[in-house]
Design a protein. Sequence first.
Length: 112
Amino acid sequence: MWIFTTDGFFSIVHNKHCADDELSVRARSKNDLLRFLGKIGHEAEIIDIPDAEYPYCVQAPRLAVGLYLSKYAMDISYGNFQEACLRSGFSITRVGALFDIWTECHQVWRDD
């Protein structure tokens, strides 16, 4: 699952490195993962994989990831995600990337 929040961009999967009750949360930004870990209250070693598609990774309890996603949804109070990302400290470059993603999806993500 790809997820964009005001904490950052994450790829969440269950891979061969995960126990049954874990998910691998991967990111392109170490700071994004640090914010994520701070929100879930879980101490985990961030694994650095420099040449990987996602160079930073943590194994996190499924329940903690689910609670993070649920709490994030319950706490949404903004009317525009990109503006909320700017207010949370995203660079204009990151917000521009979000706009590009939105534009591409707007153009091609339709019912067939």
